[in-house]
Design a protein around this ligand. Structure first.
Ligand code: ACO
Ligand code: ZN
Length: 289
């Protein structure tokens, strides 16, 4: 038995390919509220860059020696925008400020440091920590949720989550993992079964589809969110954060890779989880049926 999901809400894929979505029924793991991810938000920077490239290719624009021409990528926040467009400039300025404010880390008197590295450290925030720490964790989660495109960002059991933050040496929060207790998860199935259906869905949903087993498996820790600042990716930050989660989530035990699961993974999340877990058949939970 298996079922096919796509990362955006399944309601969307039901409209497109109704036969490919089967309900989870009572086996849906609901340790937290289902996350409603806006499909349009995923990898929007990549799409934005393509759109801008096309726009500039299609249009005959005279380069009269402006300072910036064509799409540019901000070296500080990573946003890709058209420097020549006032609308884009405004959007960038707003995003830039919000991001820098959100990831700024002033340092706290009492920090729970879980790991230290040459390029930063990992701290954890519990829900009953001082208000300033909880507020910072919430601010970062809001940034992450807006990048992931979550419509409904509430956690159903905020009192149970642990927020791990990677703080760089220059005092910026460049990574975040929100971990929660779960009891069961479902294994992602390999893509080669029913290739035709999968290919169909792949075309429509642009590789966001994944299928998983209907058989629940025991799991202990759910990765509700995982995010690394765009300009710091592929430096092992997410891997080190999940290692730290596994090492510290449950007092006195080191969780194996088969005891952790990922909530409704994005394409990036899928690529990361596949590499990190050493298998494309990693565990998932908390998806929409
Ligand atoms: N493409 C291909 N392979 C990847 C990618 C990618 N985008 N990201 C990670 N990997 C694989 C690589 O094999 C990588 O090793 P390598 O760099 O030596 O080849 C390995 O995973 C480990 O990667 P890390 O460097 O540890 O991961 P990183 O710090 O870059 O963070 C993350 C990965 C969190 C997915 C980041 O890309 C990100 O924040 N993306 C945007 C937000 C997002 O989509 N998060 C996942 C949501 S799913 C969820 O929250 C449960
Ligand atoms: Zn910027």
């Amino acid at each position: 038995m298996y079922q096919i999901f796509s990362t955006p809400t399944c309601a969307k894929s039901q409209q497109v390919l109704p036969e490919l979505c089967s309900p989870l029924g009572s086996s849906t793991p609901m340790d937290s509220v289902p996350l409603l991810r806006r499909p349009g938000q995923i990898n929007k920077n990549i799409r934005r860059k393509k759109e801008l490239d096309k726009h500039f290719k299609d249009q005959f624009i005279i380069d009269a020696g402006q300072k910036h021409f064509g799409p540019v990528s901000c070296k500080t926040c990573g946003m890709v925008y058209a420097a020549a467009s006032p609308e884009d400039e405004t959007q960038h300025a707003q995003y830039h400020q919000r991001l820098l404010e959100g990831i700024k880390f002033v340092g706290w008197k009492k920090e729970r440091t879980m790991a230290e590295y040459w390029d930063g450290k990992i701290i954890v925030v519990f829900p009953d920590d001082p208000k300033y720490a909880v507020k910072k964790a919430e601010d970062v989660r809001e940034l992450v949720d807006s990048e992931l495109g979550f419509k409904q960002a509430n956690l159903s059991r905020p009192s149970k989550i642990k927020t791990y933050l990677f703080v760089s040496n220059d005092r910026k929060i460049v990574g975040c993992v929100i971990a929660e207790h779960i009891t069961q998860a479902f294994r992602v199935l390999s893509e080669d079964v029913h290739r035709t259906d999968f290919e169909k869905l792949k075309t429509v949903e642009n590789q966001r589809a994944w299928r998983c087993s209907t058989e629940p498996e025991r799991a202990i820790c759910g990765v509700s969110r995982i995010w690394v600042f765009k300009l710091q990716r592929r430096r092992g930050i997410a891997s080190r954060m999940v290692d730290t989660v596994r090492n510290t989530f449950m007092y006195g035990s080191f969780l194996s890779k088969t005891e952790i699961a990922f909530s409704d993974p994005t394409p990036d999340g899928k690529l990361f989880a596949t590499k990190y877990c050493g298998t494309p058949n990693f565990l998932v939970y908390n998806f929409i049926s």
